[in-house]
Design a protein. Sequence first.
Length: 236
Amino acid sequence: MVACGLFLTSAGCHWGSNRKNVVGTQLHQQGHYTAAMQQFQQVVAEDPGNPDGYYNLAATMHRLAKDRQDPKMMDDALNLYQQCLDLSPNHVECHRGLAVLLIDTGKPDRAFALVKNWATRVPGAADPRIELARLYEETGDAGTALQHLESAVQLDANNSRAWLALGRLRESGGDDAQALQNYQRALALNGGQPAVAERVAVLNRRLNSKIDASLNANNVMIAQPPPAPAVGRTQF
């Protein structure tokens, strides 16, 4: 089963639906899924053109369906994801959520087809390739995932998500030096990422430790300047 960290958006067309999306998001983050679902149901009832409302409701129902092992609720979540995409064909989180649901329900081929079709439909966009890379990584094909992430940063060199994903993949593959550069690039594009700043600090310490260990193993001595002559004792 592919793990999915659900991100609930809070944008809306009207103040009321926006507020309910925010409240529902907070309830979801606190683990109150049924109460969150009620908020999102009100959003889609009051503002049926709001794709985030459909996504939020689908994501919450998806979570409850997994917890309860409820296939009917899983089908309802699938339909809600599809309604979200009907309203917003490039909705990133909705593509991710629907792909995860398809894998959860034993349909990995449909999950890959969903994201590949998205990438074909918007060939100049980085987001479909980021999500496609995540699917490949989570199904054990890190090599293909890397290719898609490299394609993503070539398409959009200012996409912080792409650089972050590339850094994570390279760190998991043991390439700390390249991962550090990717994390630094992601942080330069979006400084409000404390978790990324922590990874930069960790990798800096790790790489410095490796350099120190290598120097010690090879008995490399760093040259020291000669001592300065004592004042008043210089002899000619």
